[in-house]
Write a protein of this length. Sequence first.
Length: 155
Amino acid sequence: MAHREHKYPVTVTWTGNQGTGTSGYRAYSRDHVIESAGKPTIPGSSDPAFLGDRTRWNPEDLLVGATSACHKLWYLHLCAEVGIAVLAYVDDAEGTMVEGEKGRFTQIVLRPRVTVRAGDDVELAGRLHHEAHEQCFIANSLNFPVRCEASIQTE
């Protein structure tokens, strides 16, 4: 298989200078915007535990969201290929991060609730989550476990 390279240009602009820059730990906001040409701007900050704005996306949220979205996109693709019609998909994903000498994620758990068309192969629909995980670009790039606890129902 030919290897193709893809690039994803993103600009992150810090908007949190409150007049004195980073003159002190509490002297600045963690707010920033994440932009990429032709796409809506994402308002970002840090986790509230690190003096961030809880109404804005933080990097940890985005990592969990990217992992969940990548898995979902592969899953929908694989279902379409085998003739399983996914009618609804909701994932209540959760990441766990621990602080220590170096803060790091220890796991992400995906909990997709999938509804498929009546008469479709529910067992196969369940197994395709494993293949979606194997194909997911984001999960393949992480150095911690990503688990999937899926449930499948019919319409």
